[in-house]
Design a protein around this ligand. Structure first.
Ligand code: AHZ
Length: 294
């Protein structure tokens, strides 16, 4: 095989060379430059996003669909996504039972064309060959948007609730901590959190589990809601329209979307079909815009 031409270039005072025959030469770097490059950006971002326009809690299929839809429609908005896991994407890296293909019912296939994910058409539904293709494409589209920030490995530990001018309680932001800290509150002395204020919070934390249904449960422990509806058994035909059509501002300042809403409302689960998550995320974006424009 012919050897690739090596490319010797000067960068500042140094020579760099892309050569795969033993003479690859990097531009020099100081360790502190690496640290400072990360630290400055991270804390500048935290400083800037301490006041956001919309906070999305959870970067699963519903949260990411919401972020894309919202941030593309309204480039003027500061959209901040908080994701507890190191890896964003929630349950959308696989289809069902740890299998790779992802099923999406029509008309949610419109979103696949919008973000550029190929699929096979099966008539009433489409199939993406690997759920990771959907999630990685959506994630890359979301992260490329200049008005979106994603803070992963960061948990929402609580909600900020203020009283408005009519003395009504309103969700006005989120209380955050690094997830490794959030997981260790039982083993360490008090480790106080940080906050992000925002006129709209969209909660998409998934169904109940170690981390899921966070806001649905917190609304009850704070007395803003009476009881959890509890997700019902699986019925694909009832569940997906119920989630999309039910996506709304459940208490002032807080929109709930995705499977968390099934816990809140007591609607059915749909299992491994993701059109409802896409539609719910897009509906949540419309709700957020309506609230901000009101
Ligand atoms: O890590 C969670 C996941 O990525 C994140 N999350 C949960 N609690 C959080 C907190 N702070 C920050 N307190 C938090 N992040 O929220 C994300 C939820 O993603 P998901 O994929 O679990 O939920 P979704 O509603 O976007 O998608 C649900 C997909 C399902 S479940 C299901 C069924 O069981 O029948 N069917 C479908 C399509």
């Amino acid at each position: 095989m012919e050897a690739p031409a090596s490319t010797l270039k000067s960068v500042g005072k140094a020579d760099v060379q892309e050569d795969y025959h033993g003479s690859y030469r990097f531009a020099p770097i100081e360790e502190a430059q690496v640290s400072r490059a990360m630290i400055k950006r991270y804390f500048d971002t935290m400083y800037e996003r301490a006041v956001s326009d919309v906070v999305i809690v959870g970067a699963g299929s519903a949260g990411l669909s919401c972020a894309y839809s919202l941030a593309t429609r309204r480039p003027d908005l500061k959209v901040t996504i908080i994701e507890a896991n190191v890896a964003p994407g929630g349950g959308a890296w696989l289809g069902g039972q740890l299998m790779t293909a992802m099923v999406i019912r029509k008309p949610a296939d419109n979103f696949l064309r919008e973000i550029g994910v190929p699929y096979e058409d099966e008539g009433n539904f489409v199939v993406v060959k690997h759920a990771a293709l959907f999630t990685s494409t959506l994630l890359s589209r979301v992260l490329a948007l200049p008005n979106v920030v994603l803070m992963n490995a960061t948990s929402v530990e609580d909600l900020i609730v203020r009283t408005d001018f009519e003395n009504k309680e309103r969700v006005s932001g989120v209380v955050t901590n690094w997830t490794l800290v959030a997981l260790n509150h039982d083993t360490q002395s008090c480790m106080d959190p940080c906050t992000i204020t925002a006129p709209v919070v969209v909660s998409t934390t998934g169904h109940d589990g170690p981390m899921g249904a966070f806001s649905a449960k917190r609304l009850i422990s704070m007395g803003l809601n009476k009881e959890l509806g509890n997700m019902r058994g699986l019925d694909m035909n009832r569940s997906e329209p119920a989630i999309v059509n039910g996506t709304r501002e459940v208490v002032p300042g807080l929109v709930m979307a995705g499977m968390e809403l099934a816990e809140h409302d007591g609607s059915n689960r749909m299992g491994p079909t993701f059109g409802g998550m896409i539609g719910s995320g897009i509906k949540a974006a419309h709700e957020a815009i309506r609230m901000l424009d009101a």
